[in-house]
Design a protein around this ligand. Structure first.
Ligand SMILES: [Zn+2]
Length: 381
């Protein structure tokens, strides 16, 4: 396994970004900041200027300004989406895409990528990537989450439950029921993955007409793309889903232990996925910050870095890797998190910074990665 010297690599990444991207250099100058002079020790990382994710939005019209390379060197523009049709647009080279793949590989045990049978509450990767794709400066736009689905090393027995029909998507409930019956009481190595609101919705529907299942100890539930606020663009189930309620209901109906629930947090402008495991005791997911990334939690009003257990604030991510094509080394997102520990996960003792994701700052619109689909009201069954 490659050894990550995060501070050294982050320093060289931010210095290159300063040299490559005039917009970032200007931002630094306005704060009298020069990374090659001012970033000498780990503690100095808190002073590194950040780019807010709102600047990557289509409406800000800065996504080309935020590149570190010529558009011709990009492989694609990865895009998020939103209810208002104002996605983030992030130019990525082939090399930067491969870095995401490497990070997923590094966490393959936590992500249980070896599971044999997968039911995914998203469309097929290719369909998702190409959905509403357009060309910008001769490069295609592609859904960020569609790319993550492409990168994820799914087994051969993987079924993507969202099928396109007449410009919308619907969940193939018929297949899902068949899948559940096939693996009921078998203790097979199965995974239910994908969009939180869609899996939650499917659970609610099945509960009304069927007895609970028992998929067993080897089954896992892996959600991603956010959606606990009940809406992700047009995937809107109207109500906020409390994490503990989601876990308790899905766990009891499908007979999957609560300990086997994981959730992955990331956003289009970031490179390293952050995965959390569910804690029964804390009734929430505990997200581990991997050693190849760094998170700083900042006070929502003063933007000062916070350090104490229980402190809540905005999430800033520092990327040492995978941002060679865009100014993604230091990013501030409009999501909030709570510090559980800066050094160790209290539940599994992993020596990593551990946080809880609180969700979007009030008033900012849902723009998470699951937001790129039009979902039909009624489902196919
Ligand atoms: Zn842990």
């Amino acid at each position: 396994m490659k050894d990550y010297n995060f501070f050294k690599d982050f320093r060289s990444n931010i210095i290159s970004q300063y040299e490559d991207c005039n917009a970032y250099k200007l931002l630094c100058s306005s704060q009298f900041y020069d990374p090659s002079k001012d970033l000498n020790m780990e503690v100095d990382m808190e002073r590194v200027p950040f780019v807010e994710t709102t600047l990557f939005k289509k409406s800000a019209n800065m996504y080309t300004t935020l590149l570190r390379t010529e558009p011709k060197n990009l492989e694609k523009w990865t895009v998020s989406s939103s209810t208002s049709g104002d996605p983030s647009i992030v130019g990525r080279s082939k090399k930067d895409m491969l870095q995401i793949k490497e990070f997923i590989e590094l966490e393959k045990e936590r992500l249980d990528t070896s599971s044999e049978y997968n039911c995914v509450f998203y469309p097929e990767p290719e369909v998702m990537r190409k959905y509403k794709s357009i060309q910008i400066l001769d490069r295609p736009t592609e859904s960020y989450i569609g790319n993550i689905l492409s990168i994820f090393p799914y087994s051969e027995n993987t079924n993507y439950l969202l099928h396109p029909s007449e410009g919308e998507f619907s969940v193939d409930m018929e297949y899902f029921i068949k899948f559940l019956n096939e693996h009921n009481h078998k203790d097979d190595h199965v995974s239910l993955r994908g969009s939180t609101p869609l899996l939650y919705n499917a659970t609610q529907q099945l509960k009304e007409r069927m007895k609970p299942f028992k998929l067993g100890e080897s089954a896992i539930v892996h959600t991603g793309g956010g959606g606990f606020d009940g809406k992700k663009g047009t995937i809107n189930i109207g109500t906020k889903i409390e994490r503990w309620r989601f876990v308790e209901e899905v766990s009891s109906f499908f007979g999957i232990p609560e300990e086997n629930f994981i959730d992955t947090y990331s956003f289009t402008e970031n490179t390293f996925p952050i995965t959390g495991h569910y804690s029964k005791e804390q009734k929430d997911y505990l997200f581990h910050i991997p050693r190849w990334g760094k998170v700083i939690i900042r006070d929502i009003k003063t933007l000062k870095p916070l350090h104490k257990q229980g402190d809540r604030g905005l999430i800033q991510t520092l990327n040492a890797y995978g941002t060679s094509s865009f100014a993604g080394a230091s990013i501030m997102v409009d999501d909030m998190a709570e510090i559980v520990s800066e050094t160790r996960c209290p539940e599994c003792n992993a020596e990593v910074m551990t946080i809880k994701i609180i969700g979007r700052v009030k008033g900012s619109e849902a723009k998470g990665c699951g937001a790129t689909l039009d979902i039909k009201e009624g489902v196919k069954a």
